[in-house]
Design a binder for this molecule. Structure first.
Ligand code: ADP
Ligand code: MG
Length: 291
């Protein structure tokens, strides 16, 4: 399980003569790693995530998962949204089973659903209707449904932002833990710096108008991460500074030991997908890959 993801020189416009919403994005994610994308509202995070999910094609460039160009959704690349998207007329078990049914993985279905409900701590809620559960429990059901198909990739679009702080933190820790156990590649879109630091092996800071990758920070902290750890606090400060620069459109002022900054992303003239693959040791990323 786990799959590598390459973002290969993506530029996107929603209409022919419209502005670039995303511009020359280049980044590699190794299988089983977690990348948090952080940026202001409107910088194109959701648009990019939809491209990773195969729900939308970029105007230029492409996404590759395990080397294969993404042109449509795949059942093992799962997307989780801010709202859990459960069917109110189905009970929790039936909702969890849906992904398995769609993908035809119906062998030992009842047992698989039991395992998933146990994994997310909802063994006693199988017969309940989703609308009778709390917001956090509903997101757990959505998570169980995603995990049931043994995905290689989970794409999370601000999935915890509607939850209270306590539930949010528990789910952040649990999702990261489960993904590590199962070697699932995670891409997390967020505008919450602590969430990015709690869940990401790397944090990519995006700028807007057009959406670009401004800098990348490797988060070299053990899991589970604790926001009151002084190293966490130091990283938060560093990330805040980068975030501020990205918002103000200033060049990166300061480089730190975590640096894997590539402000040169926008200077690349030839889109990465047009360059031979053996350039850069077979990879096309100008942003260093964090392994
Ligand atoms: N379907 C669409 N048509 C035209 N513009 C869009 C569409 N979807 C998003 N946009 C624009 O693209 C930009 C990026 O949007 P989005 O990816 O939703 O940003 P984020 O998720 O970072 O808040 C915004 O300016 C938004 O208005
Ligand atoms: Mg969004």
């Amino acid at each position: 399980m786990g799959a590598s993801i390459q973002i290969n020189g993506i530029t996107h416009r929603f209409s022919g003569k419209g502005p670039n919403v995303l511009e020359n994005l280049v980044f590699d994610m190794a299988a089983g790693r977690s990348t948090a994308l952080i940026g202001e509202s409107g910088c194109g995070k959701s648009t990019l995530l939809h491209m990773l999910a195969g729900l939308m094609l970029p105007t230029e460039g492409c996404v590759r998962i395990n080397g294969q160009q993404v042109t449509k959704p795949h059942p093992e690349w799962n997307m989780m949204f801010q709202r859990p998207g459960l069917y109110p007329w189905l009970n929790v078990r039936q909702n969890v089973a849906l992904g398995l049914q769609f993908t035809g993985k119906t062998e030992a279905l009842a047992q698989r659903v039991d395992e998933m409900l146990a994994l997310v701590g909802l063994s006693d809620k199988g017969a309940a209707r989703p609308q009778d559960l709390s917001g956090g429990q509903q997101q757990r059901v959505a998570l169980a449904r995603s995990l049931a198909v043994e995905p290689d990739v989970i794409l999370l679009d601000e999935p915890f932002s509607a939850l209270d702080a306590f539930t949010r933190r528990n789910l952040q820790l649990e999702v990261r833990h489960i993904a590590r156990e199962k070697n699932i590649t995670l891409v997390l879109v967020t505008h919450d710096i602590d969430e990015a630091l709690t869940m990401g092996d790397s944090v990519v800071v995006m700028g807007r108008n057009p959406g670009t990758f401004q800098s990348v920070m490797n988060i070299d902290l053990a899991y589970p991460r604790n926001p009151i750890d002084p190293k966490f606090a130091k990283l938060r400060e560093d990330l805040m500074a980068r975030f501020k620069h990205s918002v103000e459109g200033q060049p990166q002022a300061r480089q730190t030991s975590f640096d894997a900054i590539a402000n040169n992303t926008n200077k690349i003239k030839t889109p990465a997908h047009e360059r031979p693959l053996d350039q850069n040791n077979g990879r096309s990323s100008s942003l260093p890959l964090n392994r």
